[in-house]
Design a protein around this ligand. Structure first.
Ligand code: AMP
Ligand code: GLY
Length: 416
């Protein structure tokens, strides 16, 4: 099958890598892709957020499947346009993608489907903001209602900071604070059925020990050796299937990956957020473990007929990814610095490097071009081995001013 992957980050490099090793994928294209995908696919310099440009390219390539990586094209209706052109598309229509694009919409779906989540108030005035902060008490959780690339959320003990964030956003969702470890679970959906992938854990704060500002994610690992064996089945029956059923009932069937961001609280599983796309960087580790071919799975979602009882097969062992971030990330990442050591890093057994924010400059050098520059992945028989491989490889990367967390998967790697 001929496949076109939209996006240019580490998640898209991981998707392209998994599709590249799938023998049923006969032609692999990325738009725009990055220097990492260029090695395994043909890159096309179009704007992935432009529905007409994407549908035109997919038609010209005679693509049999378009896989949408990031959220922005989904919100712009790229999946709607591609499907209207008669091309199977992995990714929800704009209407269904509001599960990510609007916190208020997501809360409404969850309420209708009885999905457990933090109690929340949608606030538009200062008086409503104050009332909600009073109701829930500290720590305060204030979320911009719109898309903010994971950066629209403030969790703080400081009431003045909570009020200031609300004032800066306009319409906000203020909610109960959820305590407990976070888990990301991705479910592949064809509008009717949903099939889970491996659960993963992401590290959202910029610095070690969970300090510093929220980011898109600084690292991830899978599987979760500490998670209860029934966790995935429980999330599928209490969260994913009810949400998918509710979206179908609303005549906006959900096609693509439903990303459930969960908190495992003392009171049970609660949804922190839904996303309408694969998580980044969790996807990098989940796909590292995938043994089943990815193409037919994504295609079954896009054209319908996903077998509800199907479970993908997985490689034994674990994967860990560490994000190498640019100086100044997340506030104001510095771009254009030369990247060295990628080949050396890939000589570490079990390790490889995914490109997240890189480009080739005018002089032909690999340089940083985004906040999260590289995702260094390590795999091994367990989390400790995977982690050791990832960090040994990270140590070989040279990027002036870069930073990374040194505690990714640290607790999970400790002997039980
Ligand atoms: P979101 O964009 O909704 O995923 O929020 C980003 C991050 O903020 C989450 O991954 C959590 O770490 C944190 N967060 C969001 N909502 C809550 C909540 N209700 N309680 C505690 N932490 C939260
Ligand atoms: N890793 C968090 C996200 O993709 O939103």
């Amino acid at each position: 099958m001929r496949v076109l992957v939209l996006g240019s980050g580490g998640r898209e490099h991981a998707l392209a890598r998994a599709l590249h090793r799938d023998p049923s994928v006969t032609a692999l294209h990325c738009a725009p892709g990055n220097p990492g995908t260029a090695a395994i696919a043909e890159n096309h310099a179009i704007d992935p957020v432009d529905p007409t440009a994407v549908a035109e390219l997919a038609g010209r390539l005679r693509a049999e499947l378009v896989v949408v990586g990031p959220e922005a094209p989904l919100m712009e209706g790229v999946a709607d346009t591609v499907r209207r052109a008669g091309i199977p598309c992995f990714g929800p229509d704009a209407e269904a993608a509001r599960i990510e694009g609007s916190k208020a919409f997501a809360k409404d779906v969850m309420a209708a489907a009885n999905v457990p989540t933090a109690t929340a108030r949608v606030c538009e005035s200062e008086a409503e903001v104050h009332a909600a902060l009073e109701e829930f008490g500290p720590p305060y959780v204030v979320k911009d209602d719109g898309l903010a690339a994971g950066k629209g959320v403030v969790v703080t003990e400081d009431r003045a900071a909570a009020v200031a964030h609300a004032a800066a956003c306009g319409r906000v969702v203020i909610e109960e604070y959820l305590d407990g470890p976070e888990v990301s679970l991705f479910a592949l959906c064809d509008g009717n059925s949903a099939v889970p992938l491996l659960p993963a854990q992401d590290f959202k704060r910029a610095y070690d020990g969970g300090e510093g500002p929220n980011t898109g994610g600084m690292g991830a690992y899978t599987p979760l050796p500490w998670a209860a064996p029934g966790l995935v089945d429980e999330v599928m029956s209490t969260v994913v299937r009810p949400a998918v059923d509710e979206l179908r009932r609303r005549e906006t069937p959900y096609v693509g990956v439903l990303y459930a961001g969960l908190a495992l609280t003392a009171k049970g599983v609660r949804v922190v957020e839904f996303n309408a796309r694969f998580g980044d960087p969790e996807t990098q580790v989940v796909l590292d473990r995938l043994a089943s071919p990815l193409g037919p799975l994504l295609q079954a979602c896009a054209i319908g007929g996903l077998e509800p009882a199907f479970r993908p097969s997985w490689h034994e062992g674990a994967a860990v990814t560490v994000v190498v971030a640019a100086e100044g990330y997340p506030a104001s990442p510095v771009k254009g610095d030369v990247i060295g050591g990628v080949e050396e890093a890939e000589r570490v057994p079990g390790a490889y490097v995914l490109h997240a924010g890189t480009k080739i400059d005018d002089e032909g050098r690999l340089v940083s071009a985004g906040g999260r520059v590289l995702n260094v992945v390590g795999s091994g028989p367990d989390v400790a081995a995977a982690r050791a491989a990832a960090y040994e490889a990270v140590g070989r990367i040279e990027l002036r001013g870069s930073h990374h967390r040194s505690d990714i998967a640290l607790e999970a790697a400790a002997p039980a």
